[in-house]
Design a protein around this ligand. Structure first.
Ligand code: FAD
Ligand code: MLT
Ligand code: ZN
Length: 523
């Protein structure tokens, strides 16, 4: 059976499809991605080359030669060296269809040793590389800017061990997040990370971006959940920090350098991650609210009254819901409201959790904070409600072009930013909407237009980053810096911190071959 990945686009050509061989069989094998096979597609939205759109100058790297291709072919075989232009298209363009590189070679290693040999060779030859997982990144980090060699982790999909006592899975970095979660579910465990792109993104991509997602509120960030990392440096040296112990205070915590560094310091090959027990009972409330002030009060109440069972608290504005309803034909379970919230509880005792949620909702309704709502406990209804939230990104790209911002803000400023941007942009746009992980102070502010317009981009940036910096927010809450925000990093980091980052980069990747033009500013 062929299904589109959860995060793929409806209505416009899909950048990458996943073919699910069987939707019913269980993941008995440890070779996870056999159920999620990337298939190439022939039709792509041809966005402008990044180098042209952003006027970038190519770094002083070598150009790939026939001899180089022969070296890679001898190492990996013909099938794992992709140089067919059509097949490469989906790997050269990002999920948003906003940035496009021109790589002529993609490599698919299966082992750490192969990655090590590839990088040692590239470093010696000064060939730039771009590590790529599921290519669902939203900041232009996962695709080349020029002709960087793409190193895909698609075939690095083995689970090495599940420690059912401590609850830790150790696996290769190319395991698809959803497949990995299904695998550990057989042991009553879960991956403490969930996001709309779970059907395509790789755990290595998640770690490399320090992805946040829908349940960070409950399980914390990957800086805490990831217990060990194995990575390969630009030199080809393998750094083994793959401890699967919950406690390990032996020296500097080097694995943290690879979490969130977006492939600029090393290529992550293996990961050990803490897996909490899967909850026995889950409830999901979808609520309608009249004012943003009510949203804030409801969030505060949810934390207080639901306490340890609160597992997610998400926010959606009316414009985002309208976009999902119009572009994806997904119907919200309640009528129109200026604001919506999703509140999820996860626990071990269904009766207790339901009672607690009901008391919280009755009080919120009684106080007039919430004006309408519905609660789901049945998996198919919960799935429908979650789809509405998780597929907003997909709905937005159906408008044409999405200018995507992922910002951390102190809660009192949270929605003011959307209102101010709407006013600032006036009638130059199709839509300006806000949604996100309000429980983490993380706003996803999105602006759409029919086609990419440089003038509109210049109207948004740097104003949006200046606004963020003024209230001490972060210009990248969870998506990373990638290509798109590297020259704005100073809005969230001091010059001293940026200088130290550059020193680290020079130490770990002296030739700058790992994901150039990403994360660090040009100057
Ligand atoms: P890619 O996109 O392939 O790569 C991302 C970056 O990591 C690139 O810089 C790449 O070079 C680097 N990289 C990838 N693999 C490795 C590796 N093994 N070693 C070193 N570097 C590597 N993000 C969130 O944080 N929260 C969300 O809720 C969320 N929801 C999303 C929903 C949708 C529909 C989509 C499309 C994206 C969403 N994202 C979200 C963004 C994205 O999915 C995450 O950033 C994800 O972690 C990227 O994983 P990936 O495997 O696709 O990585
Ligand atoms: C989300 O929370 O839906 C993702 O981070 C993607 C997005 O920002 O659209
Ligand atoms: Zn998000």
């Amino acid at each position: 059976m062929m299904i589109a990945a959860r995060c793929t686009r409806l209505g416009i050509p899909i950048v990458k499809n996943l073919t699910r061989v069987s939707s019913t069989s269980m993941f008995k094998s440890t070779d996870l991605n056999q159920h999620y096979i990337h298939s190439s597609v022939t039709c792509f939205p041809k966005c402008e080359l990044t180098s042209k759109r952003y006027q970038i100058e190519r770094g002083q790297f070598s150009t790939i030669s026939e001899e180089d291709v022969n070296f890679f072919t001898n190492l990996l075989g013909h099938h794992r060296v992709i140089n067919d232009e059509t097949e490469l298209e989906g790997y050269n363009i990002d999920w948003l269809g906003m940035v496009r590189g021109a790589s002529s070679v993609l490599l698919k290693p299966k082992t750490t040793e192969e990655v090590s040999t590839i990088l040692a060779y590239c470093n010696k030859r000064k060939l730039a590389v771009c590590p790529q997982g599921g290519n669902t990144g939203l900041v232009g980090g996962s695709v080349p800017v020029f002709d960087e060699i793409i190193i895909s982790t698609a075939l690095m999909n083995k689970v090495e061990n599940v420690d059912t006592w401590l609850g830790v899975v150790t696996c290769q970095s190319g395991c698809v997040l959803e497949a990995l979660d299904e695998h550990v579910s057989e042991y009553g465990l879960m991956i403490p990370l969930d996001l709309g792109a779970k059907g395509s993104c790789h755990i290595g991509g998640n770690v490399s971006t320090n992805a946040g997602g829908l349940r960070l509120l409950r399980y914390g960030s990957l800086h805490g959940s990831v217990l060990g990392v194995e990575a390969v440096l630009a030199s080809g040296e393998i750094v083994d920090c793959l401890s699967a112990m919950k406690k390990d205070n032996t020296g500097y915590d080097l694995k943290q350098l690879f979490i969130g560094s977006e492939g600029t310091l090393g290529l992550v090959t293996k990961i050990a991650i803490n897996c909490p027990p899967r909850p026995q009972s889950v409830n999901l409330a979808f609520l309608g609210l009249e004012t943003f002030d009510d949203v804030l009060k409801t969030y505060k109440d949810a934390k207080k009254k639901l306490g340890e069972i609160l597992s997610s608290c998400e926010f959606i504005d009316q414009s985002s819901i309208e976009c999902v309803e119009k572009n994806l034909k997904l119907k919200a379970p309640i009528g129109a409201h200026p604001f919506y919230m999703l509140i999820e509880t996860s626990g071990s005792n269904g009766i207790h959790d339901e009672e607690k949620l009901n008391v919280f909702l009755e009080e919120a309704l009684g106080a007039g904070l919430v004006t309408d709502g519905t609660v789901a406990t049945e998996p198919s209804r919960m799935h429908h409600i979650w789809s509405i939230r998780e597929r907003i990104a997909e709905a937005l790209i159906n408008d044409g072009c999405t200018y995507k911002y992922d910002i951390s803000l102190p809660l009192p400023h949270f929605y003011k930013m959307v209102e101010d941007m709407r006013e600032h942009l006036g009638s130059n746009i199709l839509r300006c909407c806000g949604y996100g992980h309000i429980g983490d102070g993380n706003l996803h502010l999105n602006i759409t237009s029919k086609e990419f317009e440089k003038d509109l981009l210049n109207l948004i940036e740097p104003t949006i980053f200046e606004w963020t910096a003024k209230v001490n927010g972060s210009i990248s809450a969870e998506h990373g810096v990638g290509f798109k925000k590297r020259n704005y990093i100073h809005y969230s980091k001091s010059s001293g911190a940026i200088a130290l980052m550059k020193q680290l980069k020079a130490l770990m990747d002296p030739n700058g071959i790992l994901n150039p033009y990403k994360v660090l500013p040009d100057n």
